[in-house]
Design a protein around this ligand. Structure first.
Ligand SMILES: C[S@@+](CC[C@H](N)C(=O)[O-])C[C@H]1O[C@@H](n2cnc3c(N)ncnc32)[C@H](O)[C@@H]1O
Length: 332
């Protein structure tokens, strides 16, 4: 039987960073340290479906036509700045539902180049959703979904690419807010080579007053749908909603003083004991379990911080409401 040609099978590449024993160690560590890594909010089908729903309701890129136009303009421009190479490899880091990467493909197919798309996500469910979306819309594109944790995959790009005669476009849409700059930017810098194009988007704080801008968009996080999504990892191990409360706060980055993020933690109102396999984990009343954060940037901050990691913003498009922007970047 040829699996590749059989519609009942989807071929997915699983990077060692997401091998089950590795993932389980990260999972236990998250509970022990009271810091849940973001990747565990997207892991199950239930969580990824909840996240897709939130994205549909609150993301400007899904519900604001002007914001979609910014992406379209960026993607049309990208198609015009490709080099002479006959193959384009599109590497979608944290591809999510794949909507933005598929929109990008709609511009890239007009170039008549051979296209290979790698939707890469920590969630199997989301990597496959991205792959199928792209393939259904553009059957001529070779699609190879990869499950991978970007934080533990230094060698990823070198191992993916088999093509010598290709130009790489790396996308990093909506990702930069969910990592500290110091953990993710060295990785992006390492992934990017001189001829590559990096497209990234960031959630912004709108208006001239940075803090007031963040306060304005806080309801996009502090809402029932988001709380229900973030609670899933806790309810799955037996913690009840009545055992505490999710609080959203605005806090400073620990290294970059004028960069802020929205933070969510679960404040326990009683002691709880968790049994995860052999491990007994004891949490106490008033402990704060770190669940999630999202940095809010301004374009000025994006430019300055990327530059520190040798990444240059070549051109950008901000949505008129200034809540999101998309950037074409290259290595300095
Ligand atoms: C905010 S969403 C952005 C999705 C998509 N790029 C978009 O703009 O709609 C973050 C995505 O990153 C994935 N993700 C989170 N942590 C990750 C990690 N450490 N490595 C790879 N993917 C990760 C999640 O599964 C999710 O699909």
């Amino acid at each position: 039987m040829t699996f590749a040609k059989n519609q009942n099978f989807e071929q997915v590449y699983l990077h060692s960073s997401q091998f089950p024993d590795r993932v389980y160690q990260d999972y236990l560590e998250g509970f022990k340290q009271q810091k849940i890594p973001h990747k565990f909010h997207y892991d199950s089908v239930k969580q990824s479906q909840k996240w897709l729903k939130i994205h549909q309701v609150f993301s400007p890129s899904r519900n604001n036509e002007d914001c979609v136009v910014s992406y379209e303009q960026c993607f049309e421009k990208t198609a015009t700045i490709l080099n002479h190479k006959s193959v384009v490899e599109l590497i979608g880091l944290g591809s999510g539902g794949g909507t933005k990467d598929t929109l990008l493909l709609s511009s890239l197919v007009t170039t008549n180049k051979e296209l290979i798309y790698y939707p890469i996500d920590v969630s199997l469910s989301l990597a496959v959703i991205s792959a199928q979306k792209a393939r259904n819309n553009y059957p001529q594109v070779l699609v190879k979904p990869v499950v991978c944790d970007l934080l533990y995959a230094d060698n990823l790009i070198k191992q993916l690419s088999s093509e010598n005669n290709s130009q790489k476009i790396i996308t990093f849409f909506g990702m930069i807010p969910n990592f500290t700059p110091e953990e993710i930017l060295p990785i992006l810098n390492n992934f990017l080579n001189q001829d590559d194009i990096l497209l990234l988007s960031a959630n912004l704080a709108p208006g001239d007053n940075y803090l007031a801008g963040i306060e304005k968009i806080l309801p996009q996080y502090d809402n029932d749908l988001t709380k229900d999504w973030l609670m899933t990892i806790l309810t799955d191990v037996g913690i009840l909603e009545s055992n505490g409360k999710i609080n959203f706060t605005i806090e400073n980055d620990q290294k970059i003083s004028d960069l802020k993020r929205i933070n969510a933690h679960f404040l326990l109102n009683k002691d709880v004991t968790l049994q995860l396999d052999e491990e007994i984990i004891k949490w106490q009343k008033n402990d704060q379990i770190q669940l999630f954060f999202s940095y809010r940037y301004t374009t000025e901050k994006v430019k300055i911080i990327l530059q520190e990691y040798n990444i240059n913003v070549v051109e950008y498009w901000e949505a008129p409401n200034q809540e999101e922007a998309v950037y074409i970047c290259q290595k300095l």
